[in-house]
Design a protein. Structure first.
Lengths: 438, 424
C-alpha cells in the first residue's frame, strides 16, 4: 500500500513538472513574440492581406540590434542597387524590427561608413517611418529633436517637414482618429496637416471622416480640402457638396468637381445637369468637358451643348486641348461622329477640324484602312487631299509599294502637284533628320 | 534522500517538458549576419534586375501563378493602391517600399495582368501603384516590360511608364537596351518614342565608342544621328573625329557626314581649318566654315572673321551678315568697325551699314557718328527707322530733334503720325 502511494506520488510529481514545464515554455515563447504582435498592420480584414502574405524572398526577423549588422546592410551592397531595389531591401531589413532596435539604429545612422549622405538620410527616414508604425508619438518626438541646423551639421540632406509629413501619412492611414487627436492638442503643426489627415481618413473610412470633419470647430476649410482629396466615389462627392458649399470657396468647389470628374465623370456630369440651370456653372462644365470626352465622346458633346448656352460652331472649350483626351479606343466612334458633321458650318480650324486632324492622324497608327474609308467620304478636296497625304506617309513607313499603289488607287498617279508633295514626303522619310524627327 | 529523488524527478520532467514545447531556438547573431549576407549578395528572384526576356515556359509560368502566396486580385490592388495613395507632391518612401515588397512576390504575368486591370480602373492611388507595378515588372525583365508597354495603345500614362522603365534600364544596362531599340521596327515602335530612347546611345558610347560605332550600319536612318551624337560626345581627340569622317564619307548619308564634320569644326576649329585646306578639291558645306568661325570668334574676332571671309564658299554679303550677327555682341565696336572698313572696297560700305544696324540698340551715338560712312540708301533708311524706334522708346524727348535732322524726316514723320493715330 505504502509502495502504491509512493509510485502515485512520483507520477504526480512527473505530471506536475511536465505541466509546469509546458506552461513555462509557452510563457517564454509568448514573451519573445509579443513584439511582433504589437507591430502595426494596415489590414484588419479577415482575409489574408496582400501585405501580410508569406513572401518568396527571405525576410530576416531579428529581435535585437545585435542580430542586425547595420554597417553590413548600409554598406556598399546598396550603392549599386536601383532606387526601388534599395527601398525594398531597406524595408525588408526594418519592417519587423521592434521599437528598441529601431531606436538604437536611428542613433547609429551618423556613424555609418562608406554611405552617401543621401542614403543616410533615406535610412533615417525609413527608420523613423518604421518607428511611426510602432509608436507615432515617439517618432514625432524624434523628429522634433531634429533641427535644420542639426541636420545640416550632420550633412543629411533632409527636410524636417517632409519627415514629419511622412509620419503623419503613416499614422493617418492606420489610425486617423488618433492622429487627429494629437494634431488638435499640439499647436506646432500648420493646417496642411489637417488636410493630410482627412485625405487619408476619407479614403479609408469616408463616413467616419465626415463625422469628424463636421465636428471640427475651426480649420474646417482645410479639413474639407482633405475630404475632397480623399474621396473617390460619386456618393462621397454628393454627400460633401452641402458642406463644401457652406465653405464658400470657389477653389474648393472646383477641386471637388475636378476630383469627381476624374473618378466618375458621368455621375458628376449628371449631377450638374440635374442641379444647375443651363446658364449656370459654365466654368465647371467647360472644365469637366475634357474628362467627360475621355469617358464617352458622344455623351460629352451631347451633354455639353444641352447644359450650356454655347453655340455648336463656337463653344467655349474650342480653344482648349480637349481633343487630346480622346483615347485610342474611342477613335472609331469619333470617326463615325465626324462623318455625320457638316463641316461647311464651321469656320477654318474649328474645334471639329481639330478633332478630325488629331483623331484621323492618330488612328493611322492603329487602323489605316479605317482612315482610308473615312477620307474617301470627305467631299472637301483640300481636307481629303491633306488626309490622303498623311495616309500615304503612314503607308510608306510600312511598305513603299503599297503607298505607291494607294496613289494609283486614288487616281492621282499623274497629278503633278500631288506627286511633288509625295516626293517631299519620300525625301523626308529617307533622309536623316537633325534633332528629333517628327 | 526521498526528497532529493522527488526534486530530481520534478526537475527532469519540468526541463524535458519545457524544452519539448519551446519553439525552435532563436537564430544567433552570427547566423543572422550570415543570412543577411546571403540576402543582400545573392539578390533574391523578386529583386533581380535582369534585362533579359523571361524565358520560362507557359507551364512554368502557370506553376508560378499557382504557387503565388496570394492572388493579386481587386481587393489586393485596392489595398495596395490605398496604401501608396498620396498627394502628387508627397512621397512616403516607407509605404512605397512596403507596397513594392508586396509586389515582389508576384511573377511577371500576374503583374502585367494587374497593370492592365488597374489602368482601366479608377481606384484611389492607382497612379502611384501603377508606377510600382511597372517597376516590379521591370525587375523581372525590362525588355519584356518595354515590349508590353509598346503593345498598349499610346496613352499618356503608358508613355510615362515607358520612359521610366527605359531610363532605369538604360542606366543599368545600356548595351542591352540599345540592342533592343535597334531590333525594333523604327516607324512602328520607335518613332513616337524617339525623344525617350535617343539618350541610350550616348550611354553606350560613353562606355564603348567602338560598340556604339558598330551600331551605325544597322540603325535606322533616323536613329543614326543619336548614335553619332553619343559617339562624338565621347571623343577627346581630333584624330577620332577625322577617322569617323573617313568612315562616314564612305559609308553613310552625306547629311550625317556633314553633321560629323560640323561637330569636328566646332571642337577642333584650327585642325579642321587645316584639314579643309588640305582638300581644296572637295566642296564642303558652308556650315563647316561657319562652325570654325563661331568656335574661334570669341578668342580673336578679327582673325576668325578674316579667315571666314576669305575661305567660306558663301556669298560675301551673307558672310558679313554672319560675322556681324555673331560678333556684334561680344566684340568691341571699334574692332568691328575697323574690320568692316578694312574689307575690300566693294564690301566695306555694306559691312559698315550692317554693323550700324546691329549697334542701334547698343550705342546710338556711335551709330550716328558713323552714319555717313554708309553709302547704300536702303541701309541708311533701315538704320534711321531703327534709330527712330529706339529713340521713341528710350528717349522720346529727343525724337523731334532726330526727325528734323534725318534725311528721311518726311517718312519718319508719316510713321510717327500713323503711330499716334493708332495710339501706339
Amino acid at each position: 500500500m505504502k509502495k502504491r502511494i509512493y509510485i502515485s506520488f512520483v507520477i504526480a510529481i512527473l505530471v506536475i513538472g511536465a505541466g509546469l514545464g509546458h506552461v513555462a515554455a509557452s510563457l517564454y515563447s509568448t514573451e519573445k513574440t509579443t513584439s511582433y504582435h504589437d507591430l502595426a498592420s494596415y489590414n484588419s480584414q479577415s482575409r489574408t492581406s496582400v501585405l501580410n502574405g508569406s513572401p518568396q524572398t527571405p525576410v530576416i526577423k531579428s529581435t535585437s540590434t545585435k542580430a542586425f549588422n547595420l554597417q553590413k546592410v548600409f554598406g556598399s551592397n546598396l550603392a549599386a542597387k536601383s532606387e526601388s531595389q534599395k527601398l525594398i531591401l531597406m524595408y525588408q531589413s526594418l519592417s519587423e524590427l521592434p521599437q528598441q532596435a529601431v531606436s538604437s539604429l536611428i542613433e547609429e545612422v551618423d556613424s555609418l561608413e562608406n554611405v552617401t549622405p543621401e542614403d543616410k538620410a533615406l535610412w533615417l527616414v525609413m527608420l523613423i517611418s518604421r518607428m511611426a508604425e510602432i509608436s507615432p508619438e515617439l517618432s514625432i518626438e524624434l523628429v522634433n529633436n531634429l533641427t535644420s541646423e542639426n541636420l545640416k551639421a550632420r550633412g543629411l540632406p533632409l527636410d524636417k517637414n517632409f519627415v514629419m509629413k511622412t509620419i503623419f501619412t503613416i499614422w493617418a492611414k492606420h489610425s486617423p482618429q488618433q492622429a487627429l487627436q494629437h494634431l488638435l492638442t499640439d499647436t506646432q503643426y500648420d493646417a496642411d496637416y489637417l488636410t493630410l489627415i482627412f485625405r487619408h481618413w476619407a479614403a479609408k473610412s469616408f463616413e467616419q471622416a465626415l463625422r469628424a470633419a463636421k465636428a471640427l470647430q475651426e480649420h474646417t476649410l482645410e479639413s474639407y480640402y482633405g475630404m475632397v482629396e480623399g474621396s473617390y466615389q460619386a456618393s462621397h462627392f454628393q454627400q460633401l457638396i452641402p458642406f463644401i458649399q457652406a465653405q464658400q470657396s470657389d477653389e474648393l468647389s472646383k477641386k471637388l468637381f475636378r476630383q469627381w470628374t476624374f473618378f466618375d465623370a458621368l455621375s458628376a456630369a449628371q449631377w450638374l445637369a440635374d442641379n444647375t440651370k443651363v446658364d449656370e456653372a459654365q466654368e465647371l462644365k467647360e472644365a469637366m468637358f475634357s474628362g467627360l470626352v475621355r469617358e464617352d465622346f458622344n455623351y460629352a458633346i451631347e451633354w455639353y451643348f444641352a447644359n450650356t448656352n454655347d453655340s455648336f460652331t463656337r463653344p467655349a472649350f474650342a480653344g482648349s486641348n480637349f481633343y487630346m483626351f480622346i483615347r485610342p479606343q474611342q477613335f472609331a466612334q469619333v470617326i463615325d461622329w465626324l462623318l455625320l458633321q457638316d463641316f461647311s458650318v464651321f469656320g477654318h480650324n474649328s474645334w471639329v477640324h481639330k478633332i478630325e486632324y488629331d483623331v484621323a492622324r492618330n488612328t493611322l497608327k492603329y487602323d489605316i484602312d479605317l482612315v482610308k474609308r473615312y477620307a474617301a467620304q470627305i467631299q472637301d478636296n483640300r481636307r481629303r487631299n491633306e488626309l490622303n497625304l498623311s495616309i500615304y506617309s503612314a503607308l510608306a513607313k510600312q511598305d513603299p509599294t503599297s503607298a505607291k499603289a494607294f496613289i494609283v488607287e486614288l487616281g492621282l498617279a499623274n497629278n503633278a502637284e500631288f506627286l511633288k508633295i509625295i516626293e517631299a514626303i519620300d525625301f523626308r522619310l529617307n533622309t536623316p533628320c537633325m534633332g528629333f524627327c517628327y | 534522500m526521498k526528497y532529493i529523488v522527488f526534486i530530481s524527478l520534478f526537475t527532469i520532467s519540468f526541463s524535458a517538458s519545457f524544452f519539448i514545447y519551446l519553439p525552435s531556438p532563436q537564430i544567433s547573431a552570427e547566423a543572422i549576419d550570415t543570412q543577411l549576407d546571403a540576402h543582400f549578395n545573392e539578390q533574391p528572384d523578386g529583386l533581380s534586375q535582369s534585362a533579359s526576356p523571361i524565358l520560362e515556359t507557359p507551364s512554368q509560368a502557370s506553376e508560378q501563378t499557382l504557387n503565388a502566396a496570394i492572388e493579386l486580385d481587386e481587393l489586393s490592388l485596392q489595398e495596395l493602391a490605398l496604401l501608396v495613395d498620396s498627394p502628387f507632391f508627397d512621397n512616403t518612401p516607407w509605404l512605397s517600399a512596403k507596397a513594392a515588397d508586396a509586389l515582389a512576390k508576384y511573377d511577371f504575368l500576374q503583374l502585367q495582368d494587374a497593370y492592365q486591370r488597374l489602368l482601366n480602373s479608377k481606384i484611389k492611388g492607382s497612379d502611384r501603384l501603377l508606377n510600382l507595378i511597372v517597376k516590379s515588372m521591370a525587375a523581372h525583365s525590362s525588355i519584356d516590360t518595354l515590349d508590353f508597354l509598346l503593345s498598349r495603345p499610346a496613352e499618356r500614362i503608358t508613355s510615362r511608364h515607358f520612359s521610366q522603365v527605359f531610363n532605369d534600364a538604360s542606366a543599368s544596362n545600356a548595351t542591352e537596351i540599345a540592342e533592343w531599340v535597334l531590333s525594333k521596327n523604327y516607324y512602328a515602335d520607335i518613332e513616337d518614342n524617339e525623344n525617350k530612347v535617343a539618350a541610350v546611345f550616348e550611354k553606350v558610347a560613353e562606355q564603348s565608342p567602338s560598340l556604339a560605332r558598330s551600331y551605325l550600319p544597322r540603325a535606322h536612318i533616323h536613329l543614326k544621328q543619336h548614335i553619332l551624337y553619343g559617339l562624338m560626345d565621347s571623343f577627346d581627340q581630333y584624330q577620332q573625329f577625322e577617322a569617323l569622317v573617313v568612315y562616314m564619307s564612305a559609308n553613310e548619308h552625306k547629311v550625317l557626314n556633314q553633321l560629323v564634320i560640323n561637330s569636328m569644326a566646332s571642337q577642333y576649329p584650327a585642325q579642321t581649318a587645316q584639314w579643309l585646306a588640305s582638300r581644296p578639291d572637295h566642296n564642303y558645306a558652308e556650315s563647316v566654315y561657319k562652325s570654325i568661325f563661331i568656335a574661334q570668334v570669341e578668342e580673336d574676332f578679327t582673325s576668325a572673321a578674316n579667315w571666314y571671309f576669305q575661305n567660306s564658299p558663301d556669298s560675301k554679303q551673307s558672310i558679313i551678315n554672319t560675322v556681324l550677327f555673331r560678333g556684334h555682341d561680344g566684340t568691341n565696336q571699334d574692332t568691328l568697325l575697323t574690320w568692316a572698313q578694312n574689307l575690300p572696297i566693294e564690301y566695306s560700305s555694306y559691312a559698315i551699314g550692317d554693323l550700324l544696324s546691329w549697334l542701334v540698340a547698343k550705342d546710338i551715338d556711335f551709330v550716328l557718328q558713323h552714319y555717313n560712312k554708309v553709302q547704300d540708301k536702303g541701309q541708311r533708311y533701315r538704320i534711321s527707322t531703327r534709330a527712330f524706334n529706339e529713340i521713341q522708346r528710350e528717349a522720346p524727348e529727343f525724337l523731334d530733334e532726330f526727325i528734323a535732322q534725318s534725311e528721311f524726316s518726311k517718312e519718319l514723320l508719316e510713321k510717327l503720325a500713323w503711330r499716334e493715330a493708332n495710339g501706339l
